[in-house]
Design a protein around this ligand. Sequence first.
Ligand SMILES: Nc1ncnc2c1ncn2[C@@H]1O[C@H](COP(=O)(O)OP(=O)(O)OP(=O)(O)O)[C@@H](O)[C@H]1O
Ligand SMILES: CC(=O)N[C@H]1[C@@H]2OC[C@@H](O2)[C@@H](O)[C@@H]1O[C@H](C)C(=O)O
Length: 382
Amino acid sequence: MKTPPAATPLYYIGLMSGTSLDGIDAALIAIEPAAPPRLLATHAEPMPYALHAALLTLCHAEQAGFAQLAAAEDAFCRLQALAVQALLDQQRLTPGNIEAIGSHGQTIEHAPGGHQGGPSYTLQLDNPSLLAELTGCRVVADFRRRDLAAGGQAAPLAPAFHQALFGRQSAEQLILNLGGFANVTWLPRDAEQAVLGFDTGPANVLLDAWFARHASKCERFDENGAWAASGEIDQALLSRMLAEPFFTQPPPRSTGRELFHLDWLAQHLTGEEAPANVQATLAELTAISIAQAIGQLLPPGESLTLITCGGGAHNGYLMARLAHHLPGATLTSPAAHGWPEDWIEAGAFAWLAHQRLHHLPGNLPSVTGARGPRVLGGIYAP
Ligand SMILES: Nc1ncnc2c1ncn2[C@@H]1O[C@H](COP(=O)(O)OP(=O)(O)OP(=O)(O)O)[C@@H](O)[C@H]1O
Ligand SMILES: CC(=O)N[C@H]1[C@@H]2OC[C@@H](O2)[C@@H](O)[C@@H]1O[C@H](C)C(=O)O
């Protein structure tokens, strides 16, 4: 006899720790048939400074020691377990109420084109076995590598979730994630047209790094872009940075800290620039590279709704520069759909766990360039 479909909503927890290394976002979502995923509760577990520093070192280490990697992975996993427990306690739930945790892990390196002629790889620190032990929940993890194995970029993965969440509307919709890196998703109104999406380049990663080096050793970021707003845009520096080939590379494309880091920035500096002017120019680089990417997707002047998510949506200066370069766009928040901007990515990995358990594809070949739709991730029983 066939098992009847569950009458009650299915609960999943998504765990995302992005390229900004600011903490672990945990989102509890509900999935019901024929309805978009609902966000029920959230918890942000801040990254302790020592772990932030250890992960940052690993992101840039040519040869990370295995013991150092294992220690960071262990600390990271224990922080994930704390985030899950906080969410369960907050909602008075038990592990038995949760279908699965979707764990993204911490990206340490992303090289979909390989390194110096070597094989493609994308590396997320993650220990789903330990997470299953610590939480008592089923865990789904390793979402990116199946797409990579099928010839894809393994990123961005969020566009499939954006489609599930926002659906196809009577107007074109663009979703912009402003995390450490920025990625866009285009949801055409014509349901026959494929969803497109790709990484546009750095969003906050260089802003955070330059701010930490020159403006503050205590604050993690330039609140509301106030420091950037105090500077002047250096057009010569901007042109040199925009000449980076990544910005004109056709999709599918994705990027990470391997390309955009402080040494990359240093290559473009003369040494004469005032630090605040560099910050203003980095914000401009983010805004212009996004506007150019959107220009690749839509003809100029086309009116569009841009749903902005990720931490950069709280940077008033960055948002103002974006609005300046996208005069036809109406910038909106996903909060109108019941999803505040900071929780889309964690929600995406909860949804991807559901896709995995139900043997449904998690990638969009039109986005990642994979040879076909693939069921993503592996399952770790509680
Ligand atoms: N109030 C604010 N003012 C300015 N910037 C902010 C503010 N709040 C968050 N940010 C920026 O957003 C960043 C965090 O964004 P988010 O959490 O979306 O990144 P992430 O999850 O690491 O990203 P990714 O999508 O690359 O994986 C911070 O490091 C900071 O640069
Ligand atoms: C390899 C990796 O971790 N990439 C991240 C990063 O952060 C933003 C952008 O670069 C995006 O491509 C991706 O994350 C989101 C969740 C994604 O896959 O859609």
